[in-house]
Design a protein. Structure first.
Length: 343
């Protein structure tokens, strides 16, 4: 069976490619760039998902489409969020229908629930509060409309914030500060429940839904988690440094971060500073009921990711100049570097 993975060179896309190849499937990747770690067993097509002609070409003989390509929060892409996450997603879905594929899998995000009541279930209404979440919500709706009309089976996967080996981005800043005994900061007191998900647990849920051939919505998060402050304090305890978790006033912090973001002086995107002081967690009973067995608690995934960072912090792929996936490279810290040296 031939699978097409859009965004297959990114952090999640690459993991999906690996899992499919391990299962003996044939894989074609559509992306704007080829990751050097992408398996040579996977066919690669360089194309933009906004190019319907190129997408149609990539669909030839494909039986399952995995749509992972997206602009992510830390890219701060402005209007490009809509072009890629909405228009591009619609194009991929429409070309899938024209090509007669058998299944469509759409990788969404928990950011579509930025201001929702918790726990979030499969029936929780959308409530995005920033441009990225809005674009992903509209992308999901666009894909669903196309698939529903064509009766194309659709699997919607919505992960919580992802950790895992090689996952950098905003976590690189956190781990760097902890390793250097700098204080780390939360907006508010940090005593709200906050769920993450390990990349391998996410892949297990993803592949299980695919194997069972069950269309529907799958919200994926850790089974064991506590508050945001707890997980930060526990990774600091593991690291053995003198870092402390410090609280910042909510209103003043958000106002200041908005200004810094506007002038490109901070790596934090609206998704970070508008939501991380609020509880956000999924009810995952629907996944447990079909046999999913998550292995990672919040604490375990943070500790594993921190240890990986320490071991690899001098590797070439830690350089902020590296191109490619935003989630697999370090971020320029901007004015946060001043806060770091004051900590």
């Amino acid at each position: 069976m031939l699978h097409l993975v859009t965004g297959g060179s990114g952090f999640l896309g690459n993991l999906i490619v690996q899992r499919l190849l391990e299962a003996g499937e044939r894989v074609r990747v559509l992306d704007l760039w080829r990751d050097e770690s992408l398996s040579t067993e996977a066919e690669y097509v360089e194309a933009d998902i906004r190019d319907s002609t190129a997408v149609a070409q990539a669909m030839k003989s494909v039986e399952v489409v995995h749509h992972v390509a997206a602009k992510v929060p830390i890219s701060k892409s402005g209007d490009i969020f809509r072009q890629v996450n909405i228009d591009g997603s619609r194009i991929v879905a429409e070309e899938s229908v024209k090509a007669g594929v058998g299944y469509f899998v759409y990788m969404c995000t928990s950011s579509i629930f930025g201001d929702a009541q918790n726990p979030i279930t499969q029936e929780t209404p959308y409530s995005p509060i920033e441009i990225y979440g809005q674009s992903k919500m509209e992308g999901e709706l666009a894909v669903k409309a196309v698939c529903d009309t064509a009766k194309l089976p659709l699997i919607l996967v919505r992960p919580r914030t992802i950790l895992g080996l090689g996952r950098l981005g905003i976590f690189q800043i956190l781990f760097e500060w902890i390793s250097e005994s700098r204080n780390v900061y939360v907006i508010g007191d940090g005593r709200h429940k906050y769920q993450f998900v390990h990349a391998q647990d996410l892949m297990d849920a993803y592949m299980l839904a695919l194997k069972l051939g069950r269309p529907g919505v799958y919200n994926v998060g850790a089974a064991e988690f506590g508050t945001l402050r707890e997980v930060l304090e526990n990774v600091i305890l593991h690291a053995g440094t003198t870092s402390r978790v410090k609280s910042l006033p909510i209103g003043l912090s958000i106002t200041l971060l908005k200004i810094l973001d506007k002038f490109s002086m901070s790596p934090l995107a609206p998704w970070h500073y508008l939501t991380y002081h609020k509880p956000l967690y999924f009810d995952i009973q629907h996944l447990l009921d079909i046999g999913w067995q998550p292995q990672y608690s919040n604490d375990r995934m943070f500790i594993e990711s921190y240890d990986w960072f320490v071991e690899h912090r001098n590797d070439r792929n830690m350089a902020v100049e590296q191109g490619g996936s935003p989630h697999r490279k370090a971020l320029k810290q901007g004015i946060l570097r001043l806060l770091k040296w004051m900590s």
